[in-house]
Design a protein around this ligand. Sequence first.
Ligand code: ATP
Length: 795
Amino acid sequence: MNPSNKYTPRNRMQREKTTLSNHSDSGKDPVRVYCRLRPLKDNKESTCIKLLSPSVLSLTTPMESKGSRKEVHYKFKHIFTSYSGQREIFDHVAYPLIEDLLKGKNALLFTYGVTGSGKTFTLTGDENNPGIMPRCIDTIFNSIGDNQAPKYVIKSDKMNGFEIQSETEAYRDRMQEDRAALKTPKTPRRVNSSDKINYANDNLKILLLNETNLYSVFVSYIEIYNNTVFDLLDESSGKSLQSKILREDFNKNMYVNGVVEVEVKTAQEAFNIFFTGQRRKRMGDTILNAESSRSHSIFNIRIVQLEQQTLNYDGQPMIPEGNHMQISQISLVDLAGSERTNRTQTTGARLREASAINNSLMSLRNCLEILRENQMKKSNRLVPYRDTRLTQLFKNYFEGEGSVQMIICANPSIEDFEENLQVMKFGEMTQDVKIAKSEAKYTPIHKRTIEKNTVTPKTASKPKNATFTLLPEVPAMKFNFENIEDCGIQIDKLVRILKLRKNKSVNVNRESEIKIKEFRNRLLEMDKDFVLNKTEIKSLRTIIQKEKHKSINLQTKVVDLETVNDSLAHKCGELEDVVRSLQNKISEKDRKINQNCLEKEKHKHRLAQQSEKTQELDMKLKKQRDYLNAAMKAKDYKLKKVKEVLESDLIPPIDITEIQKEPNVYSHKLVQQAEKENQTPHKSRSTVATSTPSHRRRSRSAGEVWLEHNSIKPVPLGTVLQPSMKKRKSVTKLSKATDITNPKQSKYCLIAQDQDTDGEVETKVYKADILPTCGGGAQVVFNDVERLRQESPTK
Ligand SMILES: Nc1ncnc2c1ncn2[C@@H]1O[C@H](COP(=O)(O)OP(=O)(O)OP(=O)(O)O)[C@@H](O)[C@H]1O
């Protein structure tokens, strides 16, 4: 199976575009996105993630899900399985970043995923499985070794920059710190035994480090909680945390105003600082994870490097003219879990936290999406970094001030399927964003008042380690005026040193002028900022006023709604009464229905009895049918007899009026007669009226004219088949003898309609020949009966 075939068309298109545009974006690097799968809590738990290759995984809709099952594939730079150790992740992801950091480049690394997916574990880990943060710190200190500037010589200027203090100032600060530690031995910043976590150190180093540089390491730890920035190391406000504002520095870089940056000299010191901040971090218990972090926490490590030292006359290292410092930073970001509020069942303050978290994550997504769109379509949409503090703080990274990497953490459990889908989608999209390659930057050193030009080495055996100077010290000289030559040499040396000092002081003056200018500019900038902030505060006040107004309105609405609620509750009570009475009625009706059912049963029983009776009647009908069949036979016999009579010219007289009135009765009589004749054939012959063959012939030659004898109002049948009577005369009544003795008529038919047992109309056509008799009358001989019966097809 080729996994890439399963990419959605959108993704594939974008991917192709990205590959195409790679050629033109040689100065940019894509955001590197890794994925880490954490082990399942229970090995028997079913998983929705399958690894297809070291960089491709598939996410399958679980069986339990209501929607249609689908399999989606995601590709990342590398996927770490649940078997991948912390060291493997550090080597792949963070080691290159530390290499860059010590070369003066910035980096941003953040972990993103659902609550409980292993973000904090990946970044921090535990004593035996140190995560990325402790490994980064260890690697930095393993690498820089003793090449550290003495503590407090390099100091934060509180405006995102650094300045150099004189050794006297640095010494004073160190003494102050020691005194404070003596006064309050339990100061959290000092090592507290309960904080001590001894992370296992792999003694990993960055090779090819510029060993002639002097390094200082600073750490700061902030959190963004409900879209407000707090400094976790600022103890000035006691136990409560003070919110901080974000500012832009001289180089347009965002920083947290007044953030505490602690200079650390050992890895353990850095860890202690981290745990001090960790204690202050707000933690919340959600159902998913008992130690879930409800805020985004950002641990910054800054490295300040001073270019190579030169030695002064006394062999002591000193900063050469025009020396520069290099500042680089790595931000390790543990984002709060991207969770669905309904799944964690959060309410109240927790719900507000969750929506703030989701807002900032959403805003991060939004910014990255617009950045990607701008890069792909070469458009210039404004990236809304200002929407949240999180995006505002990362703005510089996304605009090319350092490389950006992300680790997507996922719990492969099927419970996390929906959220993982969203997280993976975001991760895949982020890979398309390109960040300009960052360059190491040097900034001119901001020197403060110099009181002393040399720094006493802390350890005599390692002068390089602890020596720091700005101006060559005037050596103590003893002039031996007896030895003029020696005096001359000494004076020359003194002149050189004085010249050097003079040059230095000229330079210092020049630099201080530059600094004053810079400071003025800064003041102007700050003034501008101040005006801007003032307007912002004004507009915020208006917003607050509006919000207050809104909240008053909402309160009034709440009161109104409560009144409505009360009246509804009252109505509810009334309706419940109605429901109760209706229920009584229903039970009454149920009782009646039961009674009806009983009666129905009885009725059924009666019907069964009736059907038995019907069967009896059917039997009788059958008997009658048999009887009629016998009658037909008798009729046949009679016809035969009529034939014989015709041949013997003895025709019995027929009473026409009798036929007219009751043809059926008449035919029945004929049948009875035939039966009698059957019994006494010879006697009957003399009573039957006969027609002469010659008469019959005459009537035939006259043509078949029918005398149709019908009822006054026959039921209209509309039948397709009609009796074949070309010439006919229809009468409803035979009133005189000539009606039948008319010599033109040779055929007679009597039409009778009746209802059968099924309620259907049955039409019977009794056909007869009209035979003239020798007495001038006419004899009607019935010889055929046609039955016409219509019935419903559905029946
Ligand atoms: N790769 C892993 N190996 C072993 N255990 C892990 C791994 N990943 C996470 N865990 C364990 O899972 C639990 C939750 O992990 P963690 O606290 O790192 O989640 P999280 O994503 O940071 O959650 P939150 O967003 O709520 O802070 C912890 O007990 C952690 O030890």
